[in-house]
Design a protein around this ligand. Structure first.
Ligand code: GLP
Length: 242
């Protein structure tokens, strides 16, 4: 496991974006796994900058996002599809058909999950996966549990995740936050060839410490990353603590 500690969250974003830029330069038709959340916004800002300055093209890349809320359409400003359009896709030369986010409006959610997993496999698997972490150690929407889920699946969100994510919903009403989501499984994430985990902010210090010190357990989903052969963890000083 490589650990990079940066001064600020912005610098951590730039460091992670640089790894993704390297991946795309090395393999222009790379399959990128993408994530949402406040932590990864600086990553996308830097990728957009690199694109606009002519260093990078996403024309041949394919992307798969980690997760999506059940019941939110692409037009809903809290859907992860909306986030991705807004924060990255609309600002670079990526081909829209090559961007994938699970469809939280699918009438058959189990079928949507199976199709999503199949599409990742058909694309040849994910070359580099971007990850953030929830305060309770969840990755994508894999919540603390008794087992590591393998493939893309439907999950019920824990109260703490609903609380953590309600800040993005208008008037911060926790009742507006969906109770379910579609998420890549731990297996889906672990099958990516390279993982880049970004953890920033003081409110992630405790989970960072737990991650570094804990045994591997599905009660702390992020702990599984220690088993991956190619994982880079990018921290800022606030998350790293001492
Ligand atoms: C959501 C997403 C996760 C993300 C987490 C942290 O729960 N499903 O993939 O890692 O938020 O978000 P933030 O970066 O805003 O703390």
């Amino acid at each position: 496991m490589n650990i990079i500690t940066c001064k600020t969250a912005q610098d951590a974003g730039i460091a992670a974006a640089t790894l993704f830029a390297g991946q795309v330069i090395q393999k222009p038709n790379a399959v990128l796994g993408l994530a949402t959340g406040g932590t990864v916004e600086p990553v996308y800002e830097e990728l957009i900058r690199l694109y606009k300055e002519g260093f990078l093209s996403f024309e041949e890349t394919t992307t798969f996002n980690l997760d999506e809320y059940v019941g939110l359409s692409a037009e809903h400003d809290q859907s992860y599809r909306y986030f991705m359009q807004n924060k990255l896709f609309d600002h670079v030369d990526i081909v829209s058909e090559n961007t994938h986010v699970p469809n939280g409006m699918a009438s058959d959610l189990a079928l949507e999950c199976a199709s999503y997993e199949a599409a990742i496999n058909a694309a040849g698997g994910i070359d580099m996966q971007l990850l953030g972490v929830g305060p309770n150690g969840h990755i994508a929407f894999n919540e603390p549990s008794d087992v590591f889920e393998n493939d893309t699946n439907v999950v019920s969100l824990t109260q703490s995740t609903i609380e953590a994510n309600k800040r993005f919903f208008s008037n911060a009403d926790a009742n507006l936050v969906p109770r379910q989501a579609l998420t890549m499984g731990i297996g889906t994430i672990m099958r990516a060839k390279k993982l880049v985990m970004v953890i920033t902010g003081e409110n992630k210090r405790e989970v960072t410490k737990a991650f570094l010190e804990s045994a591997i357990t599905p009660q702390l989903p992020i702990s599984v990353l220690k088993l991956h052969q190619n994982v880079t963890v990018v921290l800022d000083k606030a998350a790293a603590g001492k």
